[in-house]
Design a protein around this ligand. Structure first.
Ligand code: URA
Length: 187
C-alpha cells in the first residue's frame, strides 16, 4: 500500500537511517499530491533545515519566480530533494548520503506519480542518469519510461551569482513550458 504524504512525513521524522539526521532536521518534499510536475533539488540548506520545508531560502525564491514565469504556481507542483537533511556547512552530499536517502525519494515518486520530473542540478540528474552531464542535457526532454519524462535544469542556487546561468534557467523554464503545453499538461 502506498502511504499518504502526512504518513510519509511521520515515518521520516522517526527514521535514523542517514548519518546527517543526528545534526539536522528532516525535510520531506511538499506540494500538490496530484502534481504532474515534480522538481527535485539536492539537499536542504540552512533556511530549509530551520523551517523543515524544501526550497524556502534564496534559491527557493528564485525557483518560485521561475515556476510563476510559466504561468504555474508553487502549489500546482511538488518540490523535493534527493537528500532529506542539510549537509554541514552546505557541503555537497556524499554518494553514501544520497543512497541512504533514496528510499524516501522513491516513495515520493510512487505517491505523486508525476508525468514530468525536473532534476535541478547534477546531483539530482545523477539519480536518473549517472552518465549524463547537466551542461549537455539541461533544457531537453529525456523519456525515462512511457509515463515519465525527465527534464533536467541547472540548480537555481548556482544561478544566484552567475548571470549566464540565470539566463539559462529562464530559457530552460520557457522550454519546459513549451514541452508541457505540447504534452497538454496543465496546472
Ligand atoms: N537547495 C536545494 O537543493 N534544496 C533546497 O531545498 C534548498 C536549496
Amino acid at each position: 500500500m502506498v502511504l499518504t504524504l502526512p504518513e510519509l512525513q511521520e515515518k521520516l521524522q522517526a527514521w535514523d537511517g542517514c548519518a546527517l539526521s543526528k545534526n539536522a532536521n528532516p525535510v520531506l518534499g511538499e506540494g500538490n499530491p496530484n502534481a504532474d510536475v515534480m522538481f527535485i533539488g539536492e539537499a536542504p540548506g540552512q533556511k530549509e533545515d530551520e523551517l523543515g520545508r524544501p526550497f524556502v531560502g534564496a534559491a527557493g525564491k528564485f525557483l518560485d519566480e521561475l515556476i510563476e514565469s510559466m504561468g504555474w504556481k508553487r502549489s500546482d507542483v511538488y518540490i523535493s530533494n534527493v537528500v532529506k537533511y542539510r549537509p554541514p556547512d552546505n557541503r555537497d552530499p556524499t554518494p553514501e548520503e544520497k543512497e541512504q536517502c533514496m528510499p524516501w525519494l522513491m516513495l515520493e515518486i510512487a505517491l505523486i506519480k508525476p508525468k514530468v520530473i525536473v532534476p535541478l542540478g547534477r546531483h539530482s540528474l545523477g539519480h536518473f542518469y549517472q552518465k549524463m552531464s547537466i551542461s549537455n542535457v539541461h533544457g531537453t526532454a529525456q523519456k525515462l519510461t512511457d509515463d515519465i519524462t525527465i527534464f533536467p535544469i541547472y540548480h537555481p542556487a548556482a544561478a544566484l551569482h552567475n548571470g549566464n546561468l540565470r539566463q539559462s534557467l529562464i530559457d530552460d523554464f520557457a522550454k519546459l513550458k513549451e514541452y508541457l503545453d505540447e504534452s497538454e499538461i496543465k496546472p
